[in-house]
Design a binder for this molecule. Structure first.
Ligand code: GAF
Length: 392
């Protein structure tokens, strides 16, 4: 049963009537271009087949009713909240995500009616695969539909605009100071493609992504770990980049050319230099990856992935022992390239592997975790899938 079917079924059981609609949105992985989004740079994500679905029905009383199906197999209900009373921090916990989206859409001027929402997520949580954005994007589309402004409706916002509303929910309501990568991926990716997205200009290109045609697969290694300093670590890096841009008198680190690093870095305090080096070289790696993919040169992307990991580990310092173990284990067993993905400090890594040696590589990674006495990572092959949409 899909997440959408499950959400519809649970909605009917909960409310005794059919939902008006069911929308769903996927988690993502980012092939390359990490911590570049909030520096006005380039990213290259694809959507995962794992989705979060929301069954929705309009209410006439300005109240938001929210329930979510938990990992414990039970439906968790949040206290009803009046739309007009939504404030950052209220409600908190899981309900802050759907409520934050409703708040951001109202702030943007959409006339939302009250609504009952029942959520079912299949994106692994805490795995750096963007489960929270999958939820927020599905809810944004469902609520916009109730307001008569879903994609396709006259006067509907573009998916790029919807991504900005979701970012506002995340930054100002939930309180996570994240960039635009995850929402954009969830809303705009298409099946069998990676999305080359220029965060500054909003320009994008869907690039066919079919590593199987080259006898390769993209393996996701969810380390099942998340370190407690993840949020503060992310915020510190982001503020460091903003400070560096200020000192260099550029709008964002996107404006620093790789060729100028030799003269630019000495102008900065020592602690900011590695941050700038990572962002600037990572943008270049995205552009090189895009050029290779346009020509179907999949195997040659491998070393760029590994270089990205080295830069995230040594310069940006957002990797973790478990992520390094996953990457090193995959490389030692024959992966063509591997790197951590997402914000870091835990979560998932990816490895570009020959299909013929996928099993050997998987076994080697699992054995490496076992030797260290760590819980087994969760492994699966990434299939670039469709972005957010209406299921019924
Ligand atoms: C997290 C954030 F949500 C994204 O905006 C992005 O910065 C990413 O970390 C790092 O590339 O997923």
């Amino acid at each position: 049963m899909t997440a959408a079917e499950r959400a519809a079924e649970l909605f009917t059981a909960e409310h005794g009537c059919e939902p008006d609609a069911v929308w769903s949105a996927p988690g993502r992985l980012n092939l390359i271009g990490e911590h570049t989004d909030y520096n006005d740079g380039f990213v290259l994500p694809c959507a995962l087949p794992h989705r979060t679905a929301v069954a929705v029905r309009a209410r006439t009383d300005d109240v938001l009713g929210m329930a979510t199906f938990g990992d414990d197999g039970r439906l968790h209900r949040a206290a009803d909240v009046r739309l007009a009373e939504l404030r950052p921090g209220q409600p908190s916990g899981w309900a802050a995500y759907p409520a934050g989206v409703a708040w951001a859409l109202r702030e943007a001027g959409f006339a939302l009616p009250g609504a009952d929402l029942v959520l079912v997520g299949e994106v692994p949580t805490g795995a750096g695969l963007s489960s929270s954005h999958a939820l927020e994007c599905a809810v944004a589309l469902a609520l916009l539909q109730l307001a008569g402004r879903a994609p396709g409706d006259p006067g509907a916002p573009s998916r790029t605009e919807i991504a900005r509303f979701v970012q506002r929910a995340e930054n100002d309501f939930v309180g996570a100071y994240t960039g635009l990568l995850d929402q954009t991926a969830s809303l705009r990716c298409t099946e069998a493609h990676v999305l080359f997205y220029d965060v500054r200009s909003g320009d994008s290109e869907q690039i066919p992504f079919d590593p199987l045609s080259a006898g390769l697969e993209l393996l996701v290694i969810d380390t099942r770990t998340k370190h407690s300093h993840a949020e503060s670590g992310y915020g510190d890096r982001r503020r460091g980049c903003e400070r560096a841009a200020e000192l260099l008198e550029v709008a964002a680190l996107r404006d620093v050319a790789e060729a100028d690093l030799g003269t630019v870095l000495p102008r900065l305090p020592e602690e900011l230099r590695p941050l700038v080096r990572h962002v600037v070289t990572e943008d270049e790696r995205v552009l090189r990856t895009v050029a290779l993919l346009r020509d179907g040169h999949y195997a040659e992307v491998g070393p760029l992935l590994t270089a990205s990991h080295t830069s995230l580990r040594d310069d940006y310092r957002v990797s973790s022992a478990e992520l390094d173990l996953a990457v090193d284990g995959a490389l030692a067993a024959g992966a063509l390239g591997a790197r951590m993905i997402g914000g870091g400090f835990g979560g998932s890594a990816i490895a570009l592997v020959p299909t013929a040696s996928r099993e050997v590589i998987e076994d080697a990674v699992v054995a490496g975790f076992e030797r260290r006495g760590l819980a087994s990572p969760r492994l699966f092959a990434a299939i670039p899938s469709a972005g957010a949409g209406r299921d019924r």
